[in-house]
Write a protein that binds this ligand. Sequence first.
Ligand SMILES: Nc1nc2c(ncn2[C@@H]2O[C@H](COP(=O)(O)OP(=O)(O)OP(=O)(O)O)[C@@H](O)[C@H]2O)c(=O)[nH]1
Ligand SMILES: [Mg+2]
Length: 363
Amino acid sequence: MLKCGIIGLPLSGKSTVFNVVTRAGAEVKPYASGRTEPNRAMVHVPDSRFDRLVQIFEPKKETPATVEFVDLAGLSRNASKGEGLGNAFLSFVSESDALIHVVRLFENDDVPHPEGSIDPVRDWNIVEMELIFRDLGVIENRLARIESKKKNTPAEETERALLERCQAHLLEERPLRELTLSDEEGRSLSGFAFVTLKPELIVANLDESQTGVDVPGLSALKGLAEEKAIRLVPVFGKMEMELSELADDEQVEFMKDLGVEEPGRNRLIGEAYRLLGLMSFFTTGKDEVRAWTLHEGDRAIDAAGAIHSDLARGFIRAQVVSYADFIAHDASLAKCREKGVLRLEGKEYPVVDGDMIEIRFNV
Ligand SMILES: Nc1nc2c(ncn2[C@@H]2O[C@H](COP(=O)(O)OP(=O)(O)OP(=O)(O)O)[C@@H](O)[C@H]2O)c(=O)[nH]1
Ligand SMILES: [Mg+2]
């Protein structure tokens, strides 16, 4: 299962955002009991195409796509003592597939800021530097090991050159995600689980009183996100958490009053799903309508394997029609076949987000 780790400085609203996304009701400060187990929850990925297919097929069972969100509790940082965010934080980050970085913009006199003031660009950089230092440490260890050998193999020489390039880049305080790597280089680095290679989304956590006003620091943070090509999603953390605790119909009422069209949780989950480089294909029928998760670039044979290894082993053909074509042809597979938009594809067919697929197989 793919994991989105929620990171950020202490008291930036990480658990609040976790609750917005998951509706899991995790404890938020100052009420939290000092427990250190991470908060975890699986969430359904909202997808209007999936909802429509369920309406059309009226299946016995519906199974949407899911992603796991994880929020690390009990971080502390004392900058004046030169302390970082700690090893628990760094191992948590290495195990995440993508990072949701919560940055505090809200003012709240009851909630002290660990750095003493609201400054989102500074806060973002503090966490970024922790990640950069972690990757530098990993590289130094590996280089020391290579250099301690009397004689290196050509493969080790190549690795050393690549690691030195990464090191120079990190020393310029730039994350590895900004370094251009060939596919082969990317593969040879994958074993290191570099944290500055992880895709990142910035969540600007605003207070509801900050709607429509000029929020200090927000435009600077937006500028930084743009410069770094990182997507930024503004969220009214505390308010959206309260909103997410309401029943669905009450939520709709509340959102209407606020003039909000889509709850923040849907936006955030959708963004996270794309950030992970994921897409969905659908299997449909009277028994079950199901959304399956693939990585961008996956092929028909991967789709078969996602469903069952037998389908990949005995793969003959994939019958494919895009969701859009299906809807455009009155939700009739017969009509899709007649018009030629329902096709038979081979193993290598690159699956497109929203394809409806049926695997023909023989085992
Ligand atoms: N006014 C206001 N307060 C907020 C907002 N978001 C979070 N808070 C408050 O800030 C405090 C900390 O929020 P948490 O979500 O627990 O923050 P955290 O980052 O998980 O904190 P740690 O896990 O201790 O690092 C809580 O009292 C929240 O109610 C917001 O948008 N507006
Ligand atoms: Mg927390």
